[in-house]
Write a protein that binds this ligand. Structure first.
Ligand code: CMP
Length: 139
């Protein structure tokens, strides 16, 4: 059993696709182990995306991520990191497969609806960034 962090970004919340995204997770057999809606501060967004701090898009990305509320979830299931990435599609929605969340709902490479952890180590950091142990359901 594996866990990953999913974020429905401000554009996804504004487009009213929270339910649609969660439906795709549940339809794929993924369980939600923790969930909340929050509005990040700039400092919190910079901390979350610290690995990208040297990238040219860092300032714009952290502005975008603070532009409205987000939904953060700890997802659980077998191979859930890869499963979630497949459901999301490529970071750049123009390269994403048909039927993926980003292909269906992204606006551009930045406003790409969802975030998902890319490896077990990043998943552990990212889940711990938003949830403490008591907030994660154990099955
Ligand atoms: P995410 O999967 O959350 O990881 C980093 C985010 O930076 C990415 O999705 C996009 O929202 C944003 N981003 C903006 N420009 C780029 C870019 N050129 N390459 C990768 N990510 C970008």
């Amino acid at each position: 059993m594996e866990r990953t962090l999913s974020i429905i970004k401000p554009d996804g919340v504004a487009k009213n696709v929270i339910g649609e995204v969660i439906k795709r997770f549940e339809t794929d057999g993924i369980k939600i182990a923790a969930m909340k809606m929050i509005h990040l501060t700039k400092i919190q967004a910079q901390g979350f995306y610290a690995v990208h701090k040297e990238r040219p898009f860092f300032n714009s990305l952290t502005d975008f991520m603070t532009s409205g509320p987000i939904v953060v979830m700890a997802l659980e299931g077998e191979d859930v990191i890869a499963k979630n990435r497949k459901l999301m599609g490529a970071t750049n929605f123009e390269e994403a497969e048909q039927g993926t969340i980003r292909k269906d709902y992204a606006t551009n490479i930045e406003q790409n609806v969802v975030h998902g952890s890319d490896a077990p180590e990043t998943a552990a950091f990212e889940i711990g960034y938003f949830f403490n142990d008591l907030e994660i359901q154990k099955r």
